[in-house]
Design a protein around this ligand. Structure first.
Ligand code: NAD
Length: 481
């Protein structure tokens, strides 16, 4: 398949392609040129998408789970079969290098395939002469899924796979910065899934709030910033919608003095800078023991100088631009603040001349703990590197944040690192790596990094209501005299 970037992008409502009530431009962040126009879903069209999902729910929820597994495998197959054009489209609207865009699409396929193997358990809670009781997990209804722009496909599939497997139907909204690949996937899946099971809508700033307050939506699954997550929860409360919130993070990496500096420098670099630092679980603060601080800093800088920043569509680019102007300006503001305060950049710190939202790889040398670049989620290629002495003190610093998404510990002593992991206030703790996620491992944030989890049986069950059924057994018929 070839994808015409200028093609008419349409909403998917009830299995049909529907033109938007209006259209909005989607920019390529590498050159600020319009990639294409995306359909702008009106409130009435959202009502139609919700109605289509509601209409599809009775049949889909009654479909045997074996068939729903097949549907997930069909989604996986469709993504994999079209990865080449989808990857190019994703790079054009998101900015990430082709190889990473491929990872996003194939990661989504892998997630669907892996989640398709999960079972929804039934637990017998009572089995006596009088009664049988069992707890089941039944689908909730219509799920409204809201995705961010950093990993548009895999993060959407984090929601699509468990929601559909559990028997729900869905209205999915991609970010207005990266709607095109998701819309195209919606088009490819027409006829693959029963009509109305997966509806895809794109639009402006009103569309998300319309979804979170929509009376026909039973659950909201949201991935995005903590600030928006709070609004989502407040809005969803009006009808007590179920919510899963995957929000921001400010992950600390703690590097112990026993590491092999040369060996870990490259891994630490990518923990912080992959996807231009725009990963919820990117390392956003790096604490390095004072004994290895200088050599590790030098190794990070040396490695960073070998990495190519450029248009993701260009051969050899390893780090692309920031995805959108708003985020670009936010990262520049954090850089300006660091400069105003006199912090030292050992690398970067200057915005590249346009066009394109490029920020060079930037490393700040030991800024104070209370600096904005340490305390705030930068979501860009600017890393604060801090020197520590005592492990107790650095763990306290790592945990002294309202975020609690991920953390990593780097040490040659695995037992010690495992012991330290029990002291980290984060939903995921990595040892000697960062950022790995498995569809079979529950992923979620502590504190203000989220509510609920995605992945694994725990994540699947978030797309169900718990129902317990008691059967009073018939009284035994008295034996005939
Ligand atoms: P964002 O919160 O600005 O937007 C996320 C989505 O919400 C978009 O689709 C947007 O259109 C929609 N939205 C915006 N306002 C809304 C509202 N009032 N009601 C409903 N929907 C609304 O986030 P972003 O900038 O797209 O993504 C970056 C953030 O996402 C970062 O903070 C990052 O850490 C976080 N993130 C978290 C995870 C995770 O799994 N925990 C994964 C990726 C990104």
């Amino acid at each position: 398949m070839t994808i015409d970037f200028n093609a008419n992008y349409t909403l998917t409502i009830g299995g049909r392609g529907v033109a938007g009530a209006g259209a909005f431009p989607v920019l390529n962040p590498a050159n600020e040129q319009v990639v294409a126009h995306a359909p702008d879903c009106s409130r009435t069209q959202l009502d139609e998408a919700v109605a289509a999902a509601r209409a599809a729910f009775p049949a889909w929820s009654a479909t045997p789970i074996a068939k729903r597994r097949e549907a997930l495998l069909a989604i996986a197959g469709t993504l994999a079969a079209n990865v080449e054009p989808l990857k190019r489209l994703l790079t054009a609207e998101q900015g990430k290098p082709h190889a990473d865009a491929m990872g996003d699409v194939l990661g989504g396929a892998y997630w669907c395939q892996a989640m398709s193997g999960l079972d929804i358990p039934v637990t017998v809670v009572e089995d006596s002469a009088e009664r049988k009781g069992e707890t089941r997990h039944v689908p909730i209804g219509v799920v409204g899924a809201i995705a961010p722009w950093n990993f548009p496909i895999i993060l959407a599939m984090f929601k699509v796979a468990p929601a559909l497997l559990a028997g729900n139907t869905m209205v999915l909204k991609p970010s207005p910065f990266t709607p095109l690949t998701t819309l195209k996937i919606g088009e490819l899946l027409r006829g693959v899934l029963p009509d109305g099971v997966l509806n895809i809508v794109s639009g402006g700033d009103d569309l998300g709030p319309w979804m979170t307050s929509h009376p026909g939506i039973d659950k909201i699954s949201f991935t995005g910033s903590t600030a928006t997550g709070k609004k989502v929860m407040a809005s969803a409360s009006s009808s007590l919608k179920r919510v899963t919130l995957e929000l921001g993070g400010n992950d600390a990496a703690i590097v112990l003095p026993d590491v092999d500096v040369e060996q870990v420098a490259e891994q630490l670099f990518w923990a912080a800078f992959r996807n231009t630092g725009q990963i919820c679980i990117a390392t956003k603060r790096m604490y390095v023991h004072k004994d290895i601080y200088e050599p590790l800093k030098a190794a990070l800088v040396a490695y960073a100088k070998t990495v190519k920043v450029g248009d993701g569509a260009e051969q050899g680019s390893q780090i692309g631009p920031i995805n959108n102007k708003m985020q670009y300006q936010r990262v520049l503001e954090l850089i300006a603040d660091a400069k105003d305060k006199g912090y030292k950049f050992v690398l970067g710190g200057e915005a590249s001349p346009g066009p394109g939202y490029f920020v060079p790889i930037s490393i700040i040398d030991n800024p104070p703990e209370d600096s904005r670049i340490v305390q705030e989620e930068q979501f860009g290629p600017v890393l604060p590197l801090m020197k520590y002495d005592s492990i107790d003190e650095v763990i306290a610093k790592a945990n002294a944040t309202d975020y609690g998404l991920g953390a990593s510990i780097w040490s040659a002593d695995e037992d010690r690192a495992l012991e330290l992991s029990t002291r980290m206030a984060a939903g995921t703790v990595w040892i000697n790596e960062a950022g790995h996620l498995s569809p079979l491992g529950a992923f979620g944030g502590m504190k203000q990094s989220g509510l609920g989890v995605e992945g694994a049986l725990e994540g699947l069950l978030e797309y169900t209501n718990t129902q317990t059924v008691y059967l009073k057994r018939k009284a035994p018929v008295p034996a005939a005299e």
